[in-house]
Design a protein around this ligand. Structure first.
Ligand SMILES: Cc1cc2nc3c(=O)[nH]c(=O)nc-3n(C[C@H](O)[C@H](O)[C@H](O)COP(=O)(O)OP(=O)(O)OC[C@H]3O[C@@H](n4cnc5c(N)ncnc54)[C@H](O)[C@@H]3O)c2cc1C
Length: 140
């Protein structure tokens, strides 16, 4: 740490920026997690909601959730995918035609259906997903 009043070195300045970004990300996550837990606590969605996978019951305080974000939620490099992954296993949200499992008349068509983070950029594959979905909907 730099002494009070001293100009931080470049690496310290960069680290402070990263720390501030993580703090901001943590605050967003805490707000989302609070909302999610309110929804999860209601009985309305009991039939379709399973158990909370992350951060899980062990992380309750803002500090604990912040630690979870720093440890686990920081590797997408602006390419978040997979929150509605396509597949046929129990973790899959949509089937291979992008229809939401267990619901009629609803498809998900975006980067969220990628089962895993691909090795390259995500924009072009997302456009391909959309074009494929349009073709499937038109029956082509
Ligand atoms: C900083 C940054 C740089 C990137 N650089 C590249 C790159 O160089 N090359 C590359 O291939 N990919 C890049 N990506 C990734 C690429 O942008 C995404 O993978 C792609 O845009 C994902 O498309 P999407 O349709 O899933 O989501 P988005 O493009 O995020 O589209 C979601 C849309 O839904 C809208 N929306 C959200 N909530 C609601 C709501 N409640 N009601 C109505 N509309 C809503 C949003 O306004 C938005 O228009 C980058 C991403 C970021 C953040």
């Amino acid at each position: 740490m730099a002494e009070a009043g001293a100009t931080p070195s470049l690496s310290e300045a960069a680290w402070q920026g990263v720390s501030a970004a993580f703090a901001a990300l943590g605050r967003v996550f805490i707000c989302l997690d609070d909302r999610y837990r309110v929804i999860h606590a209601s009985t309305t969605l009991d039939d379709i909601l399973g158990r909370e996978l992350g951060p899980g019951g062990e992380a309750r305080s803002d500090t604990e959730i912040g630690a979870y974000v720093r440890d686990r939620a920081s590797g997408t490099i602006f390419h978040p995918v997979g929150t509605c992954k396509m597949g046929t296993d129990e973790m899959a949200v949509v089937d291979p035609t992008l229809r939401v499992h267990g619901l009629d008349g609803l498809r998900v068509v975006d980067a969220s259906i990628m089962p895993t983070l691909i090795g390259g950029n995500t924009n072009a594959p997302t456009i391909m997903i959309a074009e494929k979905a349009a073709a499937m909907m038109l029956g082509a």
